[in-house]
Design a protein around this ligand. Structure first.
Ligand SMILES: CCCCCCCC/C=C\CCCCCCCC(=O)SCCNC(=O)CCNC(=O)[C@H](O)C(C)(C)COP(=O)(O)OP(=O)(O)OC[C@H]1O[C@@H](n2cnc3c(N)ncnc32)[C@H](O)[C@@H]1OP(=O)(O)O
Length: 218
């Protein structure tokens, strides 16, 4: 049976809405990750034609990585820690404050069942000149649709993601990314979303998700 999805304001979800995005702490690993994001963007901005001493930069960055590796727990231990408790929102590659590759795109849910977030993407996310790489748009939408499911009903893994690129998605401008669950049919969940810039739709997405949750490491 296919059901239209409206926001569930009763029962457990009504009592305690899921947390969609972890706000950055501005200290600890979050502050270090914010600095690392700056480094990634600054390297691309400077390039090899800058007068910066890149060999020296590489030595310093390798020293930082060596220091972190020396003090890191075993990978298995870190995986357990990462997935403990509420878990997911601190390390994901779209919004996670602990993940350097996240733009980040903080997401918030609305009472109408949709979710949305705003992010401005710079050079590390470039595809065509001055525009966002299509694979990055796909990443943002896959995640946003997945989180929209978590917000309003059952969630699951992406089985199919169909994207339509309507117009190039600009770098250096605020992008609004939205998602909304539209139906649930047994284990099959259908979810839609889009990326807009200045009110114009750049990319729209339709996703099929299937209820499945790989076990958390313990
Ligand atoms: C990650 C879980 C979310 C957790 C949320 C909690 C926290 C929320 C907080 C923060 C959210 C984070 C958000 C993350 C978002 C990102 C999501 C991803 O990136 S997921 C990684 C990429 N996806 C894969 O790697 C899947 C790989 N594929 C599979 O594992 C399987 O194929 C799977 C689970 C999709 C289905 O496998 P089967 O064996 O369980 O089920 P079968 O029987 O094949 O399918 C069930 C029904 O779905 C249809 N179906 C399956 N795949 C289909 C397809 N591609 N097209 C059309 N129909 C399909 C089938 O025909 C069947 O339909 P009939 O029941 O017979 O009517």
């Amino acid at each position: 049976m296919t059901a239209d999805v409206s926001p569930d304001t009763s029962g457990t979800r009504g009592a305690e809405r899921p947390k969609l995005t972890a706000p950055p702490n501005n200290e600890g690993v979050d502050a270090a990750v914010a600095a690392a994001r700056r480094v990634v963007a600054s390297l691309l901005h400077a390039g090899d034609n800058s007068p910066a001493e890149m060999a020296e930069v590489a030595t310093k960055l390798n020293a930082v990585a060596d220091y972190l590796d020396e003090h890191a727990p075993a990978m298995e231990e870190r995986m357990v820690d990462m997935w403990a408790g509420e878990g997911v929102t601190r390390h994901d590659p779209v919004a996670g404050p602990e993940n350097t590759i996240a733009p980040p795109l903080p997401l918030a849910g609305s009472e109408d069942g949709s979710i949305q977030g705003v992010a401005t993407l710079g050079m590390p996310y470039q595809g065509p000149p001055g525009y966002v790489h299509g694979g990055i748009s796909a990443l943002l939408l896959d995640h946003t649709l997945g989180v929209a499911n978590h917000w309003s009903g059952p969630s699951g893994m992406t089985a199919e993601l169909t994207l339509r690129y309507h117009r190039p998605t600009p770098l250096f401008e605020p992008l609004t990314v939205s998602g909304r669950q539209v139906s649930v049919d047994g284990r099959k969940i259908r979810t839609i979303g889009d990326i807009t810039a200045g009110g114009e739709c750049c990319v729209s997405a339709e996703g099929l998700f299937v209820t499945q949750h790989p076990p958390r490491p313990r």
